[in-house]
Design a protein around this ligand. Structure first.
Ligand SMILES: Nc1ncnc2c1ncn2[C@@H]1O[C@H](COP(=O)(O)OP(=O)(O)OP(=O)(O)O)[C@@H](O)[C@H]1O
Ligand SMILES: O=P(O)(O)OC[C@H]1O[C@H](OP(=O)(O)OP(=O)(O)O)[C@H](O)[C@@H]1O
Ligand SMILES: [Mg+2]
Length: 285
């Protein structure tokens, strides 16, 4: 039987959320702590647990068919590979930082300076594009320590909360790119594998849509129903059901989770009561 081979980070920032999205798609696999390869029990999928940095080449070589990776890794090593879905987790940026005490006004301030990074292609491309020559130092980890030990004048690394920069007395001065986890695929998938991927992608889209959405239920006096419906940005027309209490109805709708907070005050003002907001497991359109 044909199986789709998916590469997932063996350990690190992406491992847990990558397995979680497969699980939410109803696909269960072992976590890779014990073995480097695992078959899904209920879907034609084989998971290979690999180092992120190696995955772009494995995709090109056809060793794996698809992968869950940070966009930043693709920008660094896999510009030729196609992103087929953005997954909304592991959001971060890749930024340039300098010691807090340094006066910084412009990227040209870094001309001739030593810049330490684990993303040499990205950094080189960025500085070349700005026409600024730098002295590039490639370091594989703990990049932020480099200025403190006299190894570099600036660093270029991943920033999320900013706490690593803060702890190392650095300040972010340029955001080179923004990244999140994505699914990417090998250049030439057979039609059988593409068909499995289409099924997987359909499930993933349903899960992502559900993660973004909330099921909202509220009670309202009948004369306010039209006004409340006009506030609700629902999937389709909302459901309106009579309550046991005369003159009152229950209104149900699905909306974007952020949108809910934008309209909550208006809903209350118009007379909505007993508002419930519930998570949705899957959303199939
Ligand atoms: N602090 C962070 N917040 C959010 N996302 C992050 C953060 N650090 C890294 N990431 C994302 O997770 C990915 C994996 O990072 P991680 O540090 O786990 O592995 P790595 O060292 O880049 O790769 P390898 O698997 O080769 O060891 C990064 O490429 C980035 O997209
Ligand atoms: O802005 P922050 O929230 O502090 O996150 C940024 C840090 O997170 C990542 O390191 P990670 O913790 O993955 O360790 P690593 O260097 O071993 O990959 C990244 O390399 C930064 O150092
Ligand atoms: Mg890391």
């Amino acid at each position: 039987m044909t199986k789709l081979k998916v590469a997932i980070q063996k350990s690190g920032r992406l491992n847990e959320d990558s397995l979680k999205i497969l699980k939410d798609c109803g696909i269960s696999v072992d976590n890779g702590r014990e073995q480097l390869k695992a078959s899904a029990r209920n879907f034609p999928l084989e998971v290979l647990y690999l180092r992120n940095g190696d995955i772009p080449q494995y995709l090109r070589d056809g060793v794996v068919d698809i992968a869950i990776l940070g966009e930043n890794t693709l920008i660094e090593k896999g510009q030729d590979l196609e992103i087929i879905e953005k997954l909304g987790f592991s959001k971060c940026r890749v930024s340039i930082a300098v010691p807090k005490g340094v006066d910084y006004t412009d990227i040209k301030d870094l001309a001739g300076k030593r810049v330490a990074t684990s993303y040499p292609n990205t950094v080189k491309g960025y500085f070349d594009n700005k026409g600024v020559d730098i002295d590039l130092h490639i370091i594989n980890g703990s990049v932020e320590i480099a200025p403190n030990i006299g190894l570099a004048d600036a660093v270029c690394d991943i920033v999320s909360s900013g706490s690593t920069l803060f702890k190392n007395n650095l300040k972010e001065v340029e955001v080179m790119l923004k990244s999140e986890a994505v699914i990417t695929k090998a250049p030439d998938l057979s039609s059988e594998k593409q068909a499995i991927l289409d099924k997987l992608q359909f499930r993933i889209k349903s899960v992502l849509r559900a993660r973004e959405s909330r099921y909202v239920l509220l009670n309202a006096p009948n004369e306010k129903i039209d006004e409340i419906i006009s506030l609700l940005p629902g999937m389709k027309s909302p459901t309106v059901l009579p309550l046991a209490e005369e003159g009152w109805s229950s209104i149900h709708s699905v909306m974007n989770k952020d949108k809910f907070w934008e309209i909550i005050d208006e809903l209350k003002e118009v007379g909505a009561e007993g508002i419930l907001v519930c998570p949705i497991e899957k959303m199939v359109l």
